[in-house]
Design a protein around this ligand. Structure first.
Ligand code: IMP
Ligand code: MG
Length: 185
């Protein structure tokens, strides 16, 4: 897998200190207020699990699953696969946690869905933010790093289902995502 990475953007130490910084911001924002971290699967599983272990105040954890069916590096039609139970959303303060804020379609849709299901408050926290790619206006309340318009993998982020287990974030070599579909398996 390492051979497919053009360059490392954030190594493990940088990820750790960035996550510490944002965990402190989240802790300050929710001190004395009950809240639920809603990890957006699959991409945020690694970030969310590192983040919550650095937040030393009471919280609950829930999961939502969203996938966007595109051609690999472009997001396409959004499917919401599963939601937390109604009782885990209604009246709660939710912090949606996602791997990357790209076009903004996933998070803006999820914020709307959570409000529809009766959430008291919905905020968002992203590991990466690619502001250059925004298609719908959306600002995350918390974010660890901003990235340029590059396709990145690792630390939960995938290309065609792979590379999520890289412990760092890297830019994928062009030849890995531009090769003909038949050879991409
Ligand atoms: P959205 O375009 O903001 O809705 O982002 C949807 C999803 O696209 C993210 O949660 C990621 O799963 C995926 N995505 C966007 N940019 C990248 C990237 O550079 N690498 C890997 N996945 C990405
Ligand atoms: Mg993804």
């Amino acid at each position: 897998m390492d051979h497919d990475v053009e360059r490392i953007l954030f190594n493990e130490a940088e990820i750790r200190s960035g996550t510490d910084r944002v965990a402190a911001e989240v802790t300050a924002a929710y001190a004395g207020r009950p809240f639920t971290v809603v990890s957006v699967l699959k991409g945020s599983c690694i970030f969310a699990s590192d983040l919550i272990r650095r937040i030393p105040i009471p919280l609950e954890l829930a999961f939502v699953s969203a996938s966007s069916y595109g051609d690999g590096t472009q997001s396409g039609r959004l499917a919401l696969n599963f939601f937390p139970a109604e009782s885990e959303i209604a009246g709660r303060n939710l912090l949606l946690v996602d791997d990357i804020l790209d076009t903004g379609k996933t998070l803006s849709r999820l914020v709307g869905e959570m409000h529809k299901r009766g959430a008291a408050e919905v905020r968002s926290c992203v590991f990466l933010d690619k502001p250059a790619r925004r298609a719908v206006p959306f600002r995350a309340d918390f974010r660890v790093f901003e990235v340029d318009d590059l396709f990145v993998v690792g630390y939960g982020l995938d290309f065609a289902g792979h590379y999520r287990n890289l412990p760092y974030v890297g830019a994928l070599k062009r030849e890995c995502y531009e090769r003909p579909r038949s050879a991409a398996r």
